[in-house]
Design a protein around this ligand. Structure first.
Ligand SMILES: *Cc1c(COP(=O)(O)O)cnc(C)c1O
Length: 397
């Protein structure tokens, strides 16, 4: 049944809180807590080891992968789940460079999330032999693609500014130059209307604790284009990617499916929670979601710019060039965000001076956006951010 957004009653949201940080950690969808309790209190408690078969634990990674595939424009069977996003980035990069053995460059951009760049640096160090990572500015990356590039690895929506790369155009450019395309969808899955299959990209990766609301530490996902899957090199050749894990063979033989991108034992409780969390998408049209996200974020920009002239928009103004978040630069951004959080409007801060706000149409509406802008205006007008209590940085900003 198609639904009208928002669907707030599908989530537990603390009373009075305006949550603009679903781009970092989504809230708890209803049903998740009961599912986790059932996995622990019934399945694990009563079935113990029998749970792997009797409760379908071993089949969960593929089941959840198929549900995520439906949200990113990928066919069933093309998405594997497990591990963390950093691990999935490494798997995609390793497989991609293996496909272009005569090329030595991994191309990303300087705005990419540090862990993606660190994983690429670790891989190039391990490979040696002249492998390098190049990171031009995001706006220059399309021009930096040439026939030395083995893999182009980009994050579709920039985590700081929300700037969105043109997935179809860059993929075409990469493939015309003979490079393999990897998209990181960390800030796209569940936020943007995606047609991954139509983009023709070889690989995509992402996490499920942001817009997909899977909970802290929820498993990541990796997509491989279906025509490639039987030839993808599993650089992390764990036993659960083996064709017959329980044959306990001494030599690795990859599964002839996306299963080969699994590594080790699946995180059953987190996967079950994610499975339940994905129920929140029932009946949601991704086109509607994108339209609502653009409405909310355009509304927020207009409100903030008219109320808070001291803040500078640090996201593209064109909604088509932006994901589902809006950032403002402010020199005292950390303290200002602490002041906002103290008033129950939750965003986050990214160094050096970015105040970041995520727009999640499943549980936000226009009134929330207006209220958030009003509170921000009060903090700016009174300079409430000067309070010493807001100056000390916590470990997680
Ligand atoms: C959130 C995020 C990560 C985090 O990786 P983990 O291994 O899940 O901690 C990596 N890359 C990007 C682009 C992200 O946005």
């Amino acid at each position: 049944m198609p639904v009208t957004l928002p669907v707030k009653d599908r989530f537990h949201l603390p009373d009075g809180m305006i949550y603009l940080d679903g781009n970092s950690l989504g809230p708890v969808p209803r049903g998740v807590e009961a599912r986790a309790a059932a996995v622990i209190g019934e399945e694990w408690s009563d079935l113990l080891i029998k749970g792997w078969n009797a409760a379908g634990w071993m089949a969960l990674p593929q089941k959840v992968g198929d549900r995520i595939a439906g949200l990113i424009g990928a066919p069933a069977g093309s998405v594997a789940t497990g591990d963390t996003l950093s691990i999935k980035v490494y798997q995609a990069l390793g497989a991609a460079v293996h496909m272009r053995p005569d090329r030595r460059v991994i191309l990303s951009d300087s705005g990419n999330f540090p862990s993606d760049l660190y994983m690429a640096q670790g891989l190039t160090r391990l490979l040696g032999q002249g492998y390098t990572l190049k990171t031009p500015a995001p706006e220059d990356v399309a021009y930096a693609i040439d026939d030395s590039v083995a893999a182009v690895m980009l994050t579709h929506v920039d985590y700081r500014s929300g700037r969105l790369h043109d997935m179809a155009a860059i993929t075409r450019k990469a493939q015309d130059a003979g490079a393999v395309m990897i998209w990181d969808l960390a800030h796209s899955a569940g936020a943007v209307d995606l047609d991954l299959a139509a983009s023709n990209a070889e690989f995509a990766v992402g996490c499920s604790y942001k817009y997909l609301n899977g909970g802290p530490g929820a498993p990541a996902f990796i997509y491989a284009r279906p025509d490639l899957i039987d030839s993808v090199e599993p650089v992390l050749a764990g036993w659960l990617g083996h064709d017959a894990p329980f044959a306990m063979e001494p030599g690795y033989r990859p599964a002839m499916s996306t299963e080969r991108l699994r590594v080790g034992t699946p995180p059953v409780v987190q996967l079950a929670m994610l499975d339940a969390a994905l129920d929140a998408w029932e009946g949601v049209s991704m086109a509607d979601l994108r339209a609502a996200s653009q409405r909310l974020s355009q509304g927020f920009i207009a409100e903030v710019e008219s109320r808070c002239p001291m803040l500078t928009l640090a996201s593209p103004r064109d909604p088509e060039a932006r994901g589902s978040q809006v950032s403002f630069a402010f020199d005292h951004g950390y303290a200002a965000m602490q002041a906002l959080i103290a008033r129950n409007v939750i965003g986050d801060f990214r160094a050096p001076n970015i105040m970041r706000f995520g727009f999640t149409p499943l549980y936000l509406d226009e009134a929330d956006v207006r209220r958030a802008a009003e509170v921000l205006e009060e903090i700016m007008k009174t300079e409430a951010w000067r309070d010493p209590a807001y100056q000390t940085r916590a470990a997680v900003t």
